[in-house]
Ligand binder design. Sequence first.
Ligand code: AMP
Length: 300
Amino acid sequence: MSLVIVGSVAFDSIETPWGRRDRIVGGSGTYCSLAASFFTRPKIVAVVGEDFPPEMIAFLQSRQVDTRGLEVRPGGKTFHWAGRYDYDPNVRQTIKTELNVFQDFRPKIPADYRSADILFLANIDPDLQEMILEQVNKPRLVAMDTINYWIETKPEALMRVLRKVDIFFANDQEIKMLTRDVNLIRAGKKILEAGPSLVVMKKGEHGALVLGRDFLFGVLANPCEDVVDPTGAGDSFAGGFLGYLDRCGGFSQRQIRKAAVYGSVIASFVIEDFGVDRFRSLTRRDIAGRLRRFKKLVSF
Ligand code: AMP
């Protein structure tokens, strides 16, 4: 199978109680494709400026990420996001969102990306998500993610895309905000009424709930004492989830449950270091080891 991911490739400036980093590489597309690369060979669609480090593109390629859909805009400036976390890693404040090269990005995806089996519209401008959706030939599965910035600035465009996808990934706050419902289960059901057949409700350090019309599955987050940087946990969850589905080639309930566990396992690694650094040393063996720990944690 094949997995195409469109998302942001960014510079992030991050402040946590454990330290700060200025303009390190992040972005929904970056986290997601690196996470998926432990299961499959994802193809990325995004744009960066001339200021983006070639070393990072080489790193993506070394992880077998297909970067032919990653445009480097001469003279352009890379998307920049700045955020701050509290001692509670689930509480995040966005300080700055500078769209830069994403402002006038008109993606044109390489011809062989059009036959993707799985398309992931990671967190990015919903108008861009729609443009990509129009360029692919009937993927077997389409998933999307978003962030409060787009819920606030482009709710109509977001709802248009939402109606056309099979899986909606978002964190609990975003789902409540989008549906204007304070109860997460009721809010999730409202999303299902809008179109998707599954809603993956990420709850940060409390794990995630996968909700379908006659399906509910809960997965824990790995108990972790030192969350160094929560950025990208949600994107990595989605990358692990969809990367696993792409590798196993089916979407049965059992495969969906396992995908959610892999998503949680991958997300549990990325938060152990700033930015994407943890992906540099992570191995498939580490993933298998933590999966075994997860099994023990929930068996009774
Ligand atoms: P997550 O922590 O998984 O929710 O995602 C964090 C990533 O989302 C960061 O690396 C940011 O660069 C990226 N991001 C933040 N705001 C936006 C936005 N408005 N559009 C696209 N990507 C964003």
